[in-house]
Design a protein around this ligand. Sequence first.
Ligand SMILES: NC(=O)c1ccc[n+]([C@@H]2O[C@H](COP(=O)([O-])OP(=O)(O)OC[C@H]3O[C@@H](n4cnc5c(N)ncnc54)[C@H](O)[C@@H]3O)[C@@H](O)[C@H]2O)c1
Length: 329
Amino acid sequence: MRRILVTGGAGYIGSHTCSALARANFEPLTFDNLSTGHRWAVKWGPLIESDLRDPRAIRSAFETYAPDGVIHFAGSAYVGESMMQPRGYFRNNVESTLNLLDAMLDCGVDRIVFSSSCATYGLPKVLPIQESHPQHPINPYGESKLFIERALWWYSQAYRLRSVALRYFNAAGADPDGELGEAHEPETHLIPLAIAAALRSGPPLRICGTDYSTPDGTCVRDYIHVSDLAAAHVASLRALLNGHIADFTALNLGTGIGHSVLDVLRCVAEVTGQPVPNQACPRRPGDPPVLVADSLAQSVIGWSPAHCALPDIVRSAYLWHQEHYEVPF
Ligand SMILES: NC(=O)c1ccc[n+]([C@@H]2O[C@H](COP(=O)([O-])OP(=O)(O)OC[C@H]3O[C@@H](n4cnc5c(N)ncnc54)[C@H](O)[C@@H]3O)[C@@H](O)[C@H]2O)c1
């Protein structure tokens, strides 16, 4: 059985991917410092409780487990926080990743799937956003992801490191089997916050900006089910291990369908049977009005999303929240 080191495997997208890896006959080795991840989410292989900021710990994990490849989720992922604390973001997202890449090169591991983001594009000039769209991030978070994409390209040329950078749009939903779900603390994502507001286990939902140039004035986003993201990681890994990807490739992961904040609130109200209490607030700096993906993933790795309908995504998140978790506030 092939072993895959999964950094951030105790987190939201990482844990769903470990589950998908196990189903695809890989052994996931979770490398995680549990700063935002959860011990309970590591169910399909060992947990190496360690920090990517410690180069010796990473090297020791490679020497002990000799993985065949790496999927790299670990990092700091709050756009707003990155504006206030860029230094932590460049340390944790850039320096830690360079530590990881050093260990890979030193230990002869030459395939990696990297969690990038649509935040690398900044304000879109053309919609839907294709992979070839210019990348001009407007926050330190997006900048940190773009830096690593560039490093991966240069490493592919100099060291023959093979990599796929997956630029996710808005990850959402929960494992349909109910084993895993989204449990961020603090939660900043729209769907879990709207569900918590509807169930009165969270505060009224803040709608940040109602005067955008969109049909109903609120921001439009492309919500992609976390199980589809997990499947895309397995497909990328297979393409790397089979030699179908020779150097560096970047792929958008989205459904290509945009939903406004008000669309999401209506959908949450339908699924939960409760209205979503909300309040209109000013725009947040740096929020583009519309982010919707076009993607080469079908032609490059044979992936397309299976759960495109927003009610399906919201229902899976609702079932998880009902049974397992209340958003703290
Ligand atoms: N959630 C989204 O919508 C979204 C969108 C685009 C990109 N991403 C990216 O996907 C990745 C995963 O996102 P998520 O929502 O699952 O986040 P998450 O916070 O749930 O998971 C991140 C994991 O990394 C671990 N971690 C952080 N720093 C570490 C370090 N120095 N050493 C070891 N472990 C460390 C955390 O404990 C956590 O388990 C992140 O890189 C994020 O930037 C997420």
